[in-house]
Design a protein around this ligand. Structure first.
Ligand SMILES: [Zn+2]
Ligand SMILES: [Zn+2]
Length: 387
């Protein structure tokens, strides 16, 4: 930790007791329960069920919907997020989003509530355990005007207790019955699950600002870590997220592990979400190319600039052409009914060929860029050999 930063001495007793006490409670109750009741199907299922409900309420709800407004959601889904977000015991959505919006506005600066420049521990959990003056709630007027979120903010601990502690115990009681069911729900769906969701979320502020790659930007400490995404519902693509925070996806490729994105997308098929915002693929890819070029160039920019600009232009015009040709195909589809079967077949074929041509142009731009990177690597190796 750098020397000008000192930890304040004003410990937040309630938060600290909760964050230290809960893992102790979870562990001791887990040992007690395991000795007396063992483990079967019921325990992992109740754990996973409540882990999904509370974890996704934080990532898809608190984070991507409420903090970043990357899409719109119907009130039943917002209510679900408010109920089960409370079960994650990470404060109300309004306070969570106030901290998070400040984190994005002032990343790594003094005003960033969980800046990793103050150390891994601070970013992970320290910032919750210490009070630094008055609690600031700002940049959330839009959320304060929302009736569901205002109600959740007023009753956050009661809601959290009911949905995060009592409900899993009752579900266990209804399922298995007796003390066995009640305790099983309480321990696995309540205590243990709260601790796991806590630290998975905290890792985004600590680990996703420490380990991983920076394919899109080096303007701040955020990093992409697919491994972290695995148990944080896709939130590990954090460099992408800090660069394109208006996008409802964090893992933008279809094969990126991002269950929050899949939830938001599939909810749209049932009318529960709409206006899902995506950053255009050409913007994402040219940003990545630019970043790769800067990383490789290291002072040789002028030598390779022309080829780089060519690649970028080819990529962008390829994408623009593809969008245009897809649009034209869409318009042509509307005339399908007025065509004979054979005529439509020919028209369709023509559009498909034109679309394929544009895709080939994009692929060519990618290959040219790969060749450029190889030339740059070779140049660097030659220079190193001569030195
Ligand atoms: Zn964010
Ligand atoms: Zn961050």
């Amino acid at each position: 930790m750098s020397e000008h930063i000192a930890y304040p001495s004003n410990i937040n007793i309630v938060n600290s007791a909760f964050l230290i006490g809960m893992p102790i409670l979870a562990l001791t109750s887990l040992v007690y329960y395991s000795i007396n009741f063992g483990i079967g199907w019921f325990e992992p299922v109740i754990f996973i069920g409540f882990y999904l409900a509370s974890g996704l309420s934080i990532t898809a709800g608190y984070h991507r919907l409420f903090s970043h407004r990357t899409h719109k959601a119907a009130w039943p889904l917002k209510l679900f997020y408010a109920l089960f977000g409370a079960a994650a015991f990470q404060n109300s959505a309004i306070k969570w989003c106030s901290d998070h919006r400040r984190h994005h506005l002032k990343t790594d600066k003094e005003e960033d509530p969980y800046s990793v420049t103050r150390g891994f521990f601070w970013a992970h959990i320290g910032w919750v355990m210490v009070d630094e003056g008055e609690e600031i709630v700002e940049h959330v007027e839009d959320l304060q005007a929302d009736r569901i979120l205002a109600w959740q903010d007023r009753n956050i601990f009661l809601i959290g207790f009911l949905t995060g502690i009592l409900l899993p115990a009752l579900v266990g009681f209804a399922w298995i019955g007796g003390l066995h069911g009640f305790l099983g729900g309480l321990v696995y769906g309540g205590f243990v699950r709260v601790v796991v969701v806590h630290h998975a979320t905290f890792l985004i502020n600590s680990a996703a600002h420490t380990w991983g790659t920076q394919p899109y930007s080096t303007e701040n400490t955020s990093r992409d870590s697919p491994m972290l995404s695995f148990f944080t519902f896709g939130e590990g693509y954090h460099n992408f997220h800090h660069t394109f925070q208006a996008d409802y996806r964090n893992g933008h490729k279809w094969y990126h592990w991002d269950p929050s994105k899949w939830l938001i997308k599939s909810a749209s098929w049932f009318g529960l979400t709409k206006d899902l915002h995506k950053i255009p693929a050409k913007v994402i890819e040219s940003r990545r190319m630019k970043r790769t070029f800067e990383k490789k160039a290291k002072g040789t920019e002028s030598q390779f600039q022309e080829r780089f600009v060519d690649c970028m232009n080819q990529l962008r015009s390829g994408f623009n052409e593809l969008i245009q040709r897809r649009k034209e195909y869409g318009i042509a589809k509307q005339t399908k009914k007025s065509q004979t079967k054979n005529d439509w077949k020919t028209i369709k074929q023509g559009h498909k060929i034109r679309i394929r041509e544009s895709k080939t142009r994009i692929a060519q731009a990618r290959t040219d860029f790969k060749m450029l990177v190889l030339s740059m690597n070779l140049d660097a190796t030659n220079k190193a050999a001569l030195a």
